[in-house]
Design a protein. Structure first.
Length: 142
């Protein structure tokens, strides 16, 4: 395992740009933490962003304590690899629907009418963008 105190490497970004699920944990929640699977995007600036409803439990917890982490692992059948990013998280009112559209195209076949309807329902609802600003990055590769 290696730690780079605050930044994502080029190899990290390549890994994170795959359609993998991340497991998000926020501070201020129950002990032990109860991560939730999420779609996410690694940005060129080295942040991690995702979208959620503005009244979600994770947003309420992040408003009290902005710390969060996400863990992403390679799927079964690949060599073992995981990446953990932890840091301060901001709740951004803009850009969530654009992010949602990009991620839906990454994770779903939008030619499927059921998935297209799922996306339309998400887009019809209010969303905010969560941005994790890395303070600690841990990685493991076997």
């Amino acid at each position: 395992m290696s730690t780079d105190a605050s930044s994502l490497t080029t190899q990290d970004l390549e890994f994170l740009r795959r359609p993998l699920h991340g497991f998000l944990s926020v501070a201020g929640g129950p002990l032990p933490p109860q991560p939730r699977p999420v779609w996410f995007e690694a940005t060129d600036e080295g942040t991690i962003q995702l979208f959620t409803a503005p009244d979600s439990l994770k947003v309420r917890r992040l408003r009290r304590d902005p710390r969060a982490s996400i863990v992403v692992a390679a799927p079964v059948g690949e060599r073992e690899r995981w990446l953990s990013v932890a840091g301060r998280t901001t709740v951004e009112p803009e850009g969530a629907h654009d992010l949602c559209a990009r991620l839906a195209a990454r994770y779903w076949d939008l030619e499927d009418p059921v998935r297209a309807a799922d996306l339309a329902a998400i887009m019809a609802a209010d969303q905010v963008r969560l941005v994790i600003h890395p303070e600690t990055v841990r990685r493991y590769q076997y």
